[in-house]
Design a protein around this ligand. Structure first.
Ligand SMILES: [Zn+2]
Ligand SMILES: [Zn+2]
Length: 271
């Protein structure tokens, strides 16, 4: 039996958690803003046993990505937390992490392996508070000669060409569509933290570049629009705006999906 599945359990400035799993292994990317009971219920619903989870991989130190609940869940199930050393230094004191029952594993900027998944970190552009060193990830699953790739890119102010190249041929991409710049400027002209996040136009541009640079004809089949701002975006029109934008560029075959602050998405199997 071989499969690769993805479900975004939570995504917003109040919490983020994405599950990616195969028959042999499972990871959570970030795990915050979701309580122990809630995550247990979601995992049960998507038929992912917590004992199948081999790692919680952290993008950066903001509390919508790693929080007290992350340690509760890691402790309850003995799941190692993979975190860059610089980020760990920042959050360690904040949460008084000590005498815990889970391992802290330090990843670098180099790829690392978790069972049958290869995790490839890449740097993002994000600052403020307890950020540490921020990363996006490409997750690769090879089986019987075929290779399936999932990308996760949130909490970045921009997307560079090298990030685009990293994300070529991802069959599934979780990409930040944080805000509409005009709306953000209008509603929060003096509070500019939204500038640390990716706006809709930049996300659209990245999607077009990734699709056009990919060799795989089914690249970007599944696209989750993530980390959507409640105040500075309009989720109801977001999908049509992005799909009109990619259609104008003659980009086809992308299934766009919203992600939510208070509930999980559907499970997508990446074929
Ligand atoms: Zn965030
Ligand atoms: Zn952040």
């Amino acid at each position: 039996m071989s499969y690769l599945k993805v479900c975004v359990l939570r995504s917003s400035s109040s919490g983020n958690c994405t599950a990616i799993w195969t028959a042999r292994s499972g990871i959570l990317i970030d795990c915050a803003g979701i309580g122990l009971k809630e995550i247990e219920k979601d995992l049960n619903d998507i038929e992912l046993d917590p004992s199948q989870i081999n790692a919680i991989v952290i993008t950066h130190g903001h509390e919508d990505h790693i929080c007290k609940n992350t340690f509760k869940i890691a402790g309850r199930y003995g799941i190692p937390i993979y975190i860059h050393h610089d980020t760990y230094q920042v959050i360690k004191e904040r949460y008084c992490v000590k005498n815990h029952q889970f391992k802290i594993m330090h990843h670098t900027e180099k790829p690392f392996i978790i069972n049958d998944l290869k995790i490839m970190p890449f740097k993002t552009f994000h600052s403020g508070g307890y950020v540490g060193k921020p990363f996006g990830f490409c997750i690769e699953y090879k089986h019987n000669g075929s290779c399936r790739k999932v990308g996760l890119l949130t909490d970045t102010s921009k997307v560079t060409d090298s990030m685009v190249r990293m994300l070529y041929d991802c069959k599934c991409l979780i990409i930040e569509c944080n805000h509409d710049t005009e709306l953000a400027q209008d509603r929060s002209p003096n509070q500019l933290t939204w500038k640390e996040h990716l706006n809709n136009e930049a996300a659209l541009e990245a999607l077009i570049k990734i699709k056009k640079g990919s060799i795989d004809s089914v690249a970007l089949k599944h696209v989750f629009l993530a980390h959507i701002s409640e105040r500075h975006n309009k989720p109801r029109t977001l999908i049509s705006r992005i799909s009109n934008g990619i259609r104008r560029e003659n980009v086809k075959g992308c299934d766009l999906m919203l992600t939510y602050r208070e509930k999980r998405t559907q499970v997508k199997e990446i074929l």
